[in-house]
Design a protein around this ligand. Structure first.
Ligand SMILES: [Mn+2]
Length: 430
């Protein structure tokens, strides 16, 4: 891991909050992600399962966390099963957690090697009544491969069909929606690294630069600051590419007069950040580009102010839509007359602003959390309105990450240049 050690209290507190939600005499199991294969003997870089990480801080494959608060043996109330290491394995496979290291990282005192799992798990299953298993219930998840967790659940159901099975997902959605102080610090660190990457671009973007050259600048800056790299596939979209919402090719040359949309951000310690900025390739926006930019910025500022306790996602999204409507009329993209006659179920602004304004962010970029939950202190949302005009080869989106507090929204990205004038000034300074 490139990141600095995270205080294990984050994970032990998370476990405490999790087990409080369990029915009496319950056991809960969380499995790590697999190392995904590519071709021949190639693999993708390992990304830990976010729920396992949230509850253990263990950042290694083939790890299992078992929690059983009512276990007869107090040493079995929290157990981590890890891939065995010794000096020989260290030479061949590199460093893996020792039992001492795993205990220090997680705050779990009972660490067993994976070879012990079957027999200990069998004993525990003989004692418990409810078994909480982890299913991916993210509303936008499209999972075609069978995860390690899914394989485990299948096996468990076959082996122990008469237990009472429960879902961990609703609990994880509830807990992970509210960020603790340490999590806020980790997200801030991810945002600070993102800022360094973005500032590097202000003097780098010039007519003729290629989108992938920008991508390379960013990843260089991210990794040298202890990030694993991008928190999600970077979108570096110049000119008309900005209207392709999930553009990931990043292979076009940027031309003078175009605006380049950058939806690019670093991860740190498995926590995401999520930034979008738009730069004029020549260092100066045209009058029209600036008008669209400022329309989006105006909506963003007003939307950010609405990210406060008590508000709800649906009413918030509707209110942002109204703001956007006004701006689109001013930009002469919509006619007031048509807006007044529009079908409320299908508002006209969606032609130019077709995505949501905000999503939860945390360990995952599109983090766990219910859309129907009233906003509370400790939630982290992005704020990312946009206007996309394919006919003008122009797409503008601006995005910051916001912490909801009782004293008002706290912007993790308040130091990242945002005003059009400031962007132009920095791009033209040496
Ligand atoms: Mn986003």
């Amino acid at each position: 891991m490139k990141y600095f050690p995270i205080p294990p209290t984050l994970f032990s507190e998370n476990r405490k909050r999790f087990v409080k939600k369990l029915k009496p005499n319950s056991l809960a199991v969380f499995n790590s992600n697999d190392i995904m294969p590519t071709n021949a003997d190639g693999t993708m870089p390992f990304i830990q399962n976010s729920n396992l990480f949230y509850l253990s801080g263990i950042d290694q494959e083939e790890s299992i966390l078992v929690m059983f608060p009512d276990a007869r043996n107090p040493a079995h109330r929290e157990i981590l099963f890890l891939k065995e290491t010794d000096e020989l394995i260290a030479i061949w496979e590199g460093h893996k957690y020792t039992k001492e290291e795993a205990s220090a990282a997680s705050g779990v005192s009972t660490i067993y090697w994976l070879s012990m799992f079957q027999s200990i798990f069998n004993t525990l299953m003989g004692e418990c009544e409810y078994v909480y298993v982890d299913t991916n219930e993210h509303t936008r998840a499209k999972v075609e491969v069978e995860t390690r967790e899914a394989r485990f659940v299948k096996k468990c159901l076959t082996q122990y069909p008469a237990h009472n099975y429960q879902r961990s997902a609703p609990i994880m959605h509830e807990l992970r929606a509210i960020k603790s102080k340490t999590e806020v610090e980790l997200i801030q660190q991810a945002c600070n690294i993102t800022e360094k990457g973005f500032r590097r671009l202000l003097n780098f973007v010039k007519p003729g630069v290629w989108e992938y050259e920008i991508e390379a600048e960013l990843v260089h800056e991210f990794i040298r600051n202890r990030s694993r790299g991008f928190a999600y596939g970077p979108i570096i979209a110049s000119g008309p590419n900005a209207c392709v919402l999930h553009y990931v090719e990043n292979n076009k040359q940027c031309k003078a007069g175009e605006v380049i949309l950058l939806d690019v951000a670093a991860e740190y310690g498995n926590y995401a950040s999520d930034l979008t900025r738009c730069l004029p390739v020549s260092g100066k926006f045209t009058k029209r580009q600036k008008a669209v930019y400022n329309a989006v910025l105006n909506v963003m500022k007003k939307a950010t102010a609405m990210l406060k306790p008590g508000n709800k996602m649906d009413t918030y999204q509707d209110a942002v839509g109204k703001l956007m409507e006004e701006e689109l009329v001013k930009l002469k993209l919509l006619k007031l007359r048509d807006v007044n006659r529009q079908d409320p179920a299908n508002p006209l602004y969606k032609k130019y602003f077709m995505h949501g304004t905000s999503h939860y962010m945390g360990l995952d970029v599109h983090d766990l959390g219910s859309r129907n939950r009233v906003f509370e202190e400790g939630m982290v949302f992005t704020c990312e309105p946009g206007i996309y005009i394919p006919a003008e080869g122009l797409g503008i989106r601006l995005e910051n990450d916001i912490l909801i507090t009782r004293k008002g929204p706290v912007d993790f990205m308040k130091n990242i240049p945002l005003e059009a004038d400031e962007i132009e000034e920095l791009m033209n300074s040496k």
